[in-house]
Design a protein around this ligand. Structure first.
Ligand SMILES: N[C@@H](CCC(=O)N[C@@H](CS)C(=O)NCC(=O)O)C(=O)O
Length: 290
């Protein structure tokens, strides 16, 4: 599949499309997006779609059907960074796809926003269409085993995942998107108060972990992945850089190095595509920083 090809839908089988709120039939071919049914169906239809989705998943597991993932987002790390890492780590077949004409494609998507995950089951041709970054991340975390093995693990993972989500959205909403006259003040508060608060709590928890380099147990979780995405982002902010080092934040660095010991992760982080996304992210951030 081409890196830049957006999925399109083939609705020629009405028996499948009628129950599909988040399921559409997809043939990856041209530049248009699948029709969005996510927000335009009734509750019973959504329930039927959810049931159908579940059935598809069971069948997939039983039949080892091949599944292909596509993540639609701008050529930026932003809200797709964690999903891309999860896909890379999973070993699943996946690709990043980018809008080709967003102004015209926007209204065809569920909420008019990206990221959107498309999960295509190649033998049936069914595709799940999932909007909202957190819904996508949680779905993949469950699917790929990044979500803990019991209620307690799940909760601990969720706590630190949410905490890292909060600090990152604080940076985007309060600092990056601040009006020019308040930007410096918001940045100072972020660097002097918010990030140190995040560091203290995460260092403390990670320092007590029985298996260094993991938030919970000895398996990678969505908390590990998202916190490393945060850390990497903070390391690119010149005012934040000095808050982090092997000496000052040993446990966060252990977390990062642990993730880097996974070949699939390293392969993604050193891939030409990751570098291309890096370059356009840097350009975009330079504009936003003003
Ligand atoms: N709550 C949504 C927010 C998504 C969002 O704001 N996406 C932005 C990019 S970061 C977008 O699609 N902007 C394009 C537009 O508004 O047309 C999520 O978490 O997925």
């Amino acid at each position: 599949m081409s890196e830049t090809t957006a999925p399109t839908s083939d609705t020629s089988n009405p028996s499948q499309t009628s129950t599909a709120a988040v399921i559409t039939q997809v043939v990856v071919a041209s530049s248009s997006l699948p029709p969005s049914t996510f927000t335009s169906t009734s509750t019973p239809e959504l329930a039927a779609a959810a049931a159908a989705t579940l059935q598809v998943q069971v069948q997939v597991q039983e039949a080892q059907e091949e599944v292909v993932y596509q993540i639609l987002y701008f050529k930026l790390h932003g809200m797709a960074a964690t999903t891309r890492v999860m896909l890379a780590l999973s070993g699943a077949r996946w690709e990043s796809i980018y809008p080709q004409d967003w102004t015209n494609e926007k209204h065809k998507t569920p909420f008019g926003l990206m990221p959107i995950l498309y999960e295509t089951h190649t033998s049936s041709g069914l595709t799940l269409e999932i909007p909202e970054s957190e819904a996508i991340e949680r779905y993949l975390a469950r699917k790929f085993g990044f979500w803990g093995k019991d209620a307690w693990e799940e909760t601990a993972i969720h706590v630190f995942y949410c905490s890292s989500k909060s600090i990152l959205s604080l940076y985007v909403n309060k600092v990056l998107l601040a009006f020019p006259d308040t930007k410096a003040r918001e940045l100072a508060k972020f660097v002097e108060k918010d990030v140190p608060g995040w560091i203290v709590q995460h260092e403390k928890w990670l320092g007590r972990s029985q298996t260094p380099g993991f938030y919970v147990g000895s398996q990678i979780s969505i908390a590990d992945i998202h916190s490393v995405v945060c850390l990497d982002r903070f390391l690119t902010i010149s005012e934040c850089k000095n808050l982090f080092s092997r000496e000052k934040t040993p446990n966060l660095f252990k977390l990062k190095h642990n993730l880097e010991s996974y070949p699939r992760y390293t392969a993604w982080m050193t891939s030409p595509e990751f570098e291309a996304i890096n370059i356009s992210t840097r350009q975009r951030l330079a504009v936003l920083k003003g």
